[in-house]
Design a protein. Structure first.
Length: 181
């Protein structure tokens, strides 16, 4: 019986900042809610001062000696941070590598269909990987296979750059192309 594995989606780790009584250091450098530096004081005094003002004491730079803490509202600080991380994630453009498979015995109509498919991917800005799978005695015609992959690349209507030239990996030949800008 075959085992099935379920892979968990990778989650982004959001760094949590220590605040109020979760701060482990004895002394801290305190910055007021207005951005004014109040100097070094004990953690207990800094927390009491922050709570008197109706705020939290948040450790913004824990690696410093002593740690730097700021008097602010922890909830709004976390909200702004999460919003900023979401904005950065949205702006990060991920390029998908789309795969187009061909074989040495591919028919002309099928080849034209794959060329149209590859052109669509390139127009959308994706990288494409053209794979040619070799079966059985086709391994002896490696030069024909390389020529076929290069001819396929030349027939594309979108201008492309070769990111990785024709490479053999197992029973496959492949080339990776990116659209020219």
């Amino acid at each position: 019986m075959r085992k099935s594995y379920k892979f968990k989606k990778r989650q982004t780790v959001v760094k949590k900042f220590a605040y109020n009584w979760k701060i482990r250091s004895k002394d801290v450098v305190v910055i007021d809610s207005d951005g004014e530096q109040l100097g070094e004081m004990t953690t207990r005094d800094a927390i009491n001062m922050a709570q008197e003002k109706g705020f939290d004491l948040v450790e913004v730079q824990p690696t410093a000696t002593p740690p730097i803490c700021k008097v602010m509202n922890y909830g709004s600080f976390q909200y702004k941070r999460e919003k900023q991380l979401k904005k950065q994630k949205a702006q990060a453009k991920t390029l998908d590598v789309k795969s187009v498979r061909i074989s040495l015995k591919i028919g002309e109509h099928d080849k034209q269909t794959r060329i149209k498919q590859a052109n669509k991917f390139l127009e959308k800005g994706h990288k494409i990987k053209i794979e040619l799978i070799l079966r059985g005695r086709e391994f002896t015609h490696m030069d024909m296979a390389r020529k076929m992959v290069r001819d396929f690349k030349d027939e594309l209507s979108v201008n492309t750059q070769v990111e990785q030239d024709v490479t053999k990996q197992g029973n496959k030949l492949f080339i990776i192309l990116i659209p020219e800008k």
